[in-house]
Design a protein around this ligand. Structure first.
Ligand SMILES: Nc1nc2c(ncn2[C@@H]2O[C@H](COP(=O)(O)OP(=O)(O)O)[C@@H](O)[C@H]2O)c(=O)[nH]1
Ligand SMILES: [Mg+2]
Length: 273
């Protein structure tokens, strides 16, 4: 729980303990939340799992409470938590996880860039034994729709910089994805940074993860509204990366040869050569 912040919760705790909790962090996403929640519910209702969905909003004041209330009123598995005086995607996700006892924890964005129809495949990987499953834009079959080559290249470079801090044998091709599921037991007690966007990378570097699976998906276009990614997000990413490098006791220049080779290949792919 976050200190003495004022919190407004909408919706009731579900009657039976959910096994899966999906957290959806939101900042000015009122136009997206209804279509998203309807698609999430349709996707998860097809799975044999007790679940809940927790929307964690940072005082957007854009009508998201009414939009969630319309659905939560008829479905107690859906809840809204409004954080007051706090911002940050990672902190919002951690707040949602702290509000549930579910054994399986999931995250996705609110803007429909993460297709809810992929959720059953993510869950299936956890059920099959993976500790962490990543909705992946870079796994075979994944895609980034409409990205220009330069943006692709920068993204690939950002992934490459993470390779030394990821653990051998448990690396993800898309460690910056905001679409993933993890077993609670693998992150319990692990101190995670509350600022920034890249909670998955920290989990890969610091969590008690024994196996990682990736499920490819196409990262679509934002349905409505504007991206919240900005220079601050890039700065927080670099701060996180430096901390993880320090923890590992490595420097970015000491990249293992096999990783350098993999990065070279992926950057060539990215620029289409
Ligand atoms: N609660 C909360 N959610 C946030 C914050 N920043 C971003 N988000 C949400 O995090 C998700 C990803 O943000 P988005 O702007 O789509 O990032 P992009 O896909 O990298 O452009 C969206 O659901 C945002 O509404 C924040 O400070 N607080
Ligand atoms: Mg987005």
């Amino acid at each position: 729980m976050a200190g003495d912040e004022e919190v407004r919760a909408l919706g009731a705790m579900p009657c039976c303990s959910p096994r899966l909790a999906l957290i959806i962090p939101t900042l000015r996403e009122a136009s997206n939340i209804r279509p998203l929640l309807l698609r999430v519910r349709a996707a998860l209702d097809r799975c044999d799992v007790a679940y809940e969905v927790i929307v964690v909003d940072d005082e957007s004041r854009d009508g998201i409470d009414q939009a969630v209330a319309e659905i939560a009123g008829e479905d107690p598995r859906i809840r809204l938590i409004v954080r007051r005086g706090e911002h940050g995607l990672a902190g919002a996700v951690m707040r949602g996880w702290a509000e549930t006892d579910a054994e399986l924890l999931a995250v996705m964005d609110a803007d429909l860039q993460h297709p809810p129809e992929v959720l059953p495949r993510l869950l299936a990987e956890l059920e099959a034994g993976a500790d962490l499953v990543v909705g992946s834009r870079y796994a075979q079959g994944g895609d980034l729709r409409g990205w220009k080559p330069l943006r692709h290249f920068v993204s690939r470079m950002a992934v490459w910089m993470t390779l030394p801090v990821q653990r051998a044998g448990r690396r993800a091709r898309d460690p910056m994805s905001g679409f993933f599921m993890v077993r609670r037991a693998c992150i319990e007690g692990v101190p995670l940074q509350r600022s920034g966007f890249k909670i998955l990378l920290e989990i890969l570097a610091c969590g008690e993860i024994r196996s990682v699976a990736e499920v490819p998906f196409t990262f679509g276009r934002r349905y409505a509204g504007a991206s919240k990614a900005n220079l601050r997000v890039a700065f927080d990413y670099l701060v996180l990366l430096v901390r993880l490098y320090r923890q590992k006791g490595r420097t970015p220049l000491r990249v293992e040869p096999d990783l350098a080779h993999a990065a070279l290949e992926s950057s060539q792919e990215a620029v289409g050569s």
